[in-house]
Design a binder for this molecule. Sequence first.
Ligand code: 3PG
Length: 203
Amino acid sequence: MLFNQWLAHTKPIMPVIVLDDVKQALPLADALAEGGVHFLEFTLRTDAGLQAIEEIARQRSSALVGAGSVLDVGMMKAAFDAGAKFCVSPGFSVALCEMAQHLKMPYLPGVATASDVMLAHEMGFDLVKFFPAGLAGGVPMLKAYAGPFPQMRFCPTGGISEQNAREYLSLPNVAMIGGSWLCAPELLRSGDFKRISQLASAC
Ligand code: 3PG
């Protein structure tokens, strides 16, 4: 699983980005990289998301650029064609897991319950997104999952902030964390890339 190789030498932080203007893609990637953050999850909630993946894959080959909010196999295929290096989903779908395996696309399916984790394990995944982390039980839930699922590692997302990021990252079964706090809408709206770099450096 490529994620494990990437995580051996990359800050375990995944900014979840909702981009409206593709012109911000490169400056944003550069600002995050300056702060040592190389994962980039562009959600496919906007058209600019897919365009940003394409642009960054072409012009910043070392960036770990991927697609988020992937809800169906068509979206996964579009992300793959655009040059995404990985995909992320908010929930669990057997069809998406099979498609990712077919494309050899590193993939984080989303889980929220013990049954989801069992399905992910059954399908050969040992790293999954835990979403929405805060509402689905947060740190105590992840601690509870460590008992029955010693082999599973998680990327909690949803409700992660500058304030609680370290607490999540200190859990042995948390491989990485994701969230929008590094690229909050107001920072993107004002094009405050300097602040984005600072936030990336701070985590
Ligand atoms: C999402 O899919 O929107 C992410 O999980 C981000 O959640 P956050 O805005 O709470 O960080």
